[in-house]
Design a protein around this ligand. Structure first.
Ligand code: FAD
Length: 621
C-alpha cells in the first residue's frame, strides 16, 4: 500500500501567488484552518515577477481619476467582453486593497507630497499603477507573506503552534481534486522533492494557480505555469470561459535566443519609451484603430507633450492596449522592417537621462546588461511579442468567486471574465487582491455552512494510480520533453498571435494525436526529485487547456483583443454578446455559447452612446 500523508483543513488554497495568499489571509481571518499549497518554493510565483505595478484609481497623481474611469478603461481594454460586474467590483475595491497592503507593511513609491505614486500604463487614462520601482510584485508578495507570518505568530500565542490555523505546503503539486456527490471533498498531490503523496480533506478549495504560458515556447511564464488549475477545474466539472483569449505581451526580449520571451515591462513605455522599426520610424501612429482614435495623439509632438501635460494632450499610441501594440509589432516585422532576430526597437535611452532610467527601471537595466550585454541608458532594446497572460479561466460568480462546482472557488489569473478579451497592464495585481480576498471570504463562509468532507478510498486509489502511471510504463513510454516541445510547436505555429481557420483545424488534429501519445508518456527513475515525471503529469493539463484554446479560437469567427483571426479581421458586435464556455464530456472538450450578462443601465451610461455603438448590436443599444 502506498503511504499518503493526510491533512484536514476548512479551506485549502492551491497557489501561493498574490491571489492565493490574499485568499488564505481572508480565510484565516474568518477563523478557518487554512492550508496554502504551492508547486514552487514559497515566494516564487508570477506575482513576484510583476514589475510595473497594481492599477487602482486612487487619483493621487491626477485627481480626475476615479473608479468609473477605471471601469471604463477596463471595459474598453477588454473590448466589452468583460464580465461587467467583475470589472465594476475591481475598479471600486482596488484602492482599498492597495491601502490595506500598506497596513500590512508595504511601502509604495511616493509622490512629492507623500501620497502613493502612480504611473502611466497602456490603456489607463490617468497615471494609475501604484508601484515600487519596477519590482512591485516582490513588495506585494513580501507583504502578504509578512501578514501570514504575523497571523502565525498570533496563533502561536493563542495555541502554542505557529501552524495551528495557517500552514504552507511548498514544492507540493496538486494533481487531482476530489468531488463527492457533486461537491468538493479534497485535493491530492505530491511533494516535488521526495515524490511522497499528500492528501487534503476539505470542503472548500480556492484555485489560485495562475496561468498557462508553458504551452508556448516564447513566453514570459516560468516552469510552473502549465494550466493546472484550469485543468483541475475542468476535470472536477467546472467550466472555463474565454479560453481563446491569450495575451501576447508586445515587449519580450528577442535576443539572445536563450532569453527569448523574458518580459520587458510596459513601464518602459509608460515612462516615455518609444517603439521604432529598423528604418527609425516611430510606427505606432500608423496602428491606432478607429475605436481608440479619439483618445490617442496623432503626432509625435502631441504624444510627447502628453507626458508633462496629460490634461491638454492625447496619449502616445505606444500606450494603446497590449493586443494592439503586439499586432503592430508583428506587422512591422512581417513587412521586413524588424531586426534580424525578429523584433523592433524600444528606445528609452534617447528619452530619459541615464540616472532616471536606472532609478525608475532598475530591473530592466540589469536584465539587459546581464542577459544581452545591452546598456539601456545608451542603446535601444530589441523586443517582440511573448505569450504572457491568459484572459480565459474558471467561470466564477463575480461577487463570491464561486465556480460551478459547490465548494470550488477561483481567483487571480486562473479565473476568467474580469478582463474580457484583453487585460490592461496593472489590472492583474489589483484583480488578484480584490478577488483573492472575495474568494477567501466566501470559501470560509461555505466551509462554515457545510462542515468538512472527505474523499472515498476508491477515489484516492485512482489518484495514486494516475500519478504513478508514467513511472510504471515498462517500455519507458513517450518522452515527456519531446511531447512538450511538440505541444509548444503546435500552439506557437498554429494557435499563436495571428490565427487562421485551416491552421486551427490542423492544430486540433495534431492535439488529438498528441493526447493519445500523452496517455503513454513515461518517466524513467523513481519518485524522488524527478522532473521528467513532474512534466509527464503536467502534460495532460497543458494538453486539455490547449485544446480549449484551439477549439474556442476556431469557433470565434472575429478578431477581438487577444484573439486575432486573419480570415475574420474585424470585431463583430454579435460575437460581443457571447462567451464560449468549455466543459468536459468524458475526455473531450465540449464548447457552448453562453450569453454575456447584460451591463446595468447606470454602468452603460458611463459611456458615450457613440462609443457603445462601436461594440454593441443595434438591438442592444
Ligand atoms: P501566480 O502569482 O502566478 O501564482 C500561482 C501559484 O500557483 C504559484 O504559487 C504556483 O506555484 C502555484 N501552482 C500552480 N499550479 C499548482 C499546482 N498544481 N499545485 C500547487 N500549486 C500550484 N501584472 C500586473 O498587474 N502588473 C505587472 O506589472 C505585471 N508584470 C508581470 C511580469 C511578469 C514577468 C509576469 C510573468 C507577469 C506579470 N503580470 C503583471 C501578471 C501577473 O503577475 C500575474 O497575472 C499574477 O501575478 C498572477 O497571480 P496569481 O496569484 O493568479 O498566480
Amino acid at each position: 500500500m502506498t503511504n499518503i500523508e493526510r491533512h484536514t483543513y476548512d479551506v485549502v488554497v492551491i497557489g501561493a501567488g498574490g491571489a492565493g495568499l490574499r485568499a488564505a489571509i481572508e480565510a484565516r481571518l474568518a477563523g478557518k484552518k487554512t492550508a496554502i499549497i504551492s508547486k514552487s518554493l514559497f515566494g516564487k510565483a508570477h506575482t513576484v515577477m510583476a514589475e510595473g505595478g497594481a492599477a487602482a484609481a486612487m487619483g493621487n497623481v491626477n485627481a480626475n481619476d476615479n473608479w468609473q474611469v477605471h471601469f471604463r478603461d477596463t471595459m474598453r481594454g477588454g473590448k466589452f467582453l468583460n464580465n461587467f460586474r467583475m470589472a465594476e467590483l475591481h475598479a471600486k475595491e482596488a484602492p482599498e486593497r492597495i491601502w490595506e497592503l500598506e497596513t500590512y507593511g508595504a511601502l509604495f513609491d511616493r509622490t512629492k507630497d507623500g501620497k502613493i505614486s502612480q504611473r502611466n500604463f497602456g490603456g489607463h487614462e490617468y497615471p494609475r499603477l501604484a508601484h515600487v520601482g519596477d519590482r512591485t510584485g516582490l513588495e506585494l508578495i513580501r507583504t502578504l507573506q509578512q501578514k501570514i507570518v504575523s497571523l502565525q505568530q498570533e496563533d502561536f500565542t493563542a495555541h502554542g503552534d505557529y501552524e495551528a490555523r495557517i500552514r504552507v505546503f511548498q514544492e507540493c503539486t496538486i494533481t487531482e481534486l476530489f468531488i463527492e456527490n457533486g461537491a468538493v471533498a479534497g485535493a491530492f498531490g505530491y511533494y516535488r522533492e521526495s515524490g511522497d503523496f499528500v492528501l487534503f480533506e476539505t470542503s472548500a478549495i480556492v484555485l489560485a494557480t495562475g496561468g498557462v504560458g508553458k504551452s508556448y515556447k516564447v513566453t514570459s511564464n516560468s516552469w510552473e505555469y502549465t494550466g493546472d488549475g484550469h485543468a483541475l477545474a475542468l476535470r472536477s466539472g467546472a467550466t472555463l470561459i474565454n479560453m481563446e483569449f491569450l495575451q501576447f505581451h508586445p515587449t519580450g526580449m528577442v535576443w539572445p535566443p536563450s532569453v527569448k520571451g523574458i518580459l520587458v515591462t510596459e513601464s518602459v513605455r509608460g515612462d516615455g519609451g518609444v517603439l521604432r522599426n529598423t528604418d527609425g520610424k516611430r510606427f505606432m501612429f500608423d496602428y491606432v484603430p478607429d475605436v481608440f482614435r479619439k483618445q490617442y495623439a496623432e503626432t509625435e509632438e502631441e504624444a510627447d507633450r502628453w507626458y508633462s501635460d496629460p490634461d491638454n494632450n492625447r496619449r502616445p499610441p505606444e500606450l494603446l492596449p497590449r493586443d494592439e501594440v503586439a499586432r503592430a509589432i508583428n506587422s512591422e516585422v512581417k513587412a521586413g522592417r524588424g531586426s534580424q532576430a525578429g523584433g523592433v526597437l524600444l528606445d528609452i535611452a534617447s528619452r530619459l537621462p541615464a540616472e532616471q532610467i536606472t532609478k525608475r527601471l532598475p530591473s530592466m537595466y540589469h536584465q539587459f546588461k546581464e542577459l544581452a550585454d545591452v546598456d539601456i541608458t545608451k542603446q535601444p532594446m530589441e523586443v517582440g511579442p511573448t505569450c504572457h497572460y491568459v484572459m480565459g479561466g474558471v467561470e466564477v460568480d463575480a461577487d463570491t468567486a464561486a465556480a460551478a462546482v459547490p465548494g470550488l472557488f477561483a481567483a487571480g489569473e486562473v479565473s476568467g471574465g474580469m478582463h474580457g478579451s484583453n487585460r490592461l497592464g496593472g489590472n492583474s495585481l489589483s484583480d488578484l487582491l480584490v478577488f483573492g480576498k472575495r474568494a477567501g471570504e466566501h470559501a470560509a463562509r461555505y466551509a462554515t455552512e457545510t462542515g468538512r468532507r472527505k474523499p472515498t478510498p476508491a477515489a484516492v486509489d485512482a489518484a495514486v494510480e494516475t500519478a504513478l502511471a508514467p513511472l510504471h510504463r515498462a517500455d519507458g513510454g513517450e518522452n515527456p520533453y519531446a511531447l512538450h516541445a511538440e505541444l509548444q510547436d503546435i500552439m506557437g505555429t498554429l494557435v499563436g498571435i495571428i490565427r487562421r481557420e485551416g491552421e486551427l483545424r490542423d492544430s486540433l488534429v495534431r492535439l488529438a494525436e498528441l493526447k493519445e501519445r500523452v496517455k503513454k508518456v513515461g518517466a524513467t527513475g523513481g519518485r524522488r526529485y524527478n522532473p521528467g515525471w513532474h512534466l509527464a503529469l503536467d502534460l495532460r493539463n497543458m494538453l486539455i487547456v490547449s485544446e480549449c484554446t484551439a477549439k474556442a479560437a476556431l469557433e470565434r469567427t472575429e478578431s477581438r483583443g487577444g484573439h486575432t483571426r486573419e480570415d475574420h479581421p474585424k470585431m463583430d458586435p454579435a460575437w460581443r454578446k457571447v462567451n464560449l464556455v468549455c466543459s468536459l464530456d468524458g475526455e473531450d472538450v465540449r464548447l457552448e455559447h453562453k450569453p454575456l450578462p447584460v451591463m446595468r443601465r447606470e454602468l452603460q451610461d458611463l459611456f458615450d452612446r457613440s462609443e457603445l455603438a462601436k461594440y454593441m448590436t443595434d438591438e442592444e443599444l
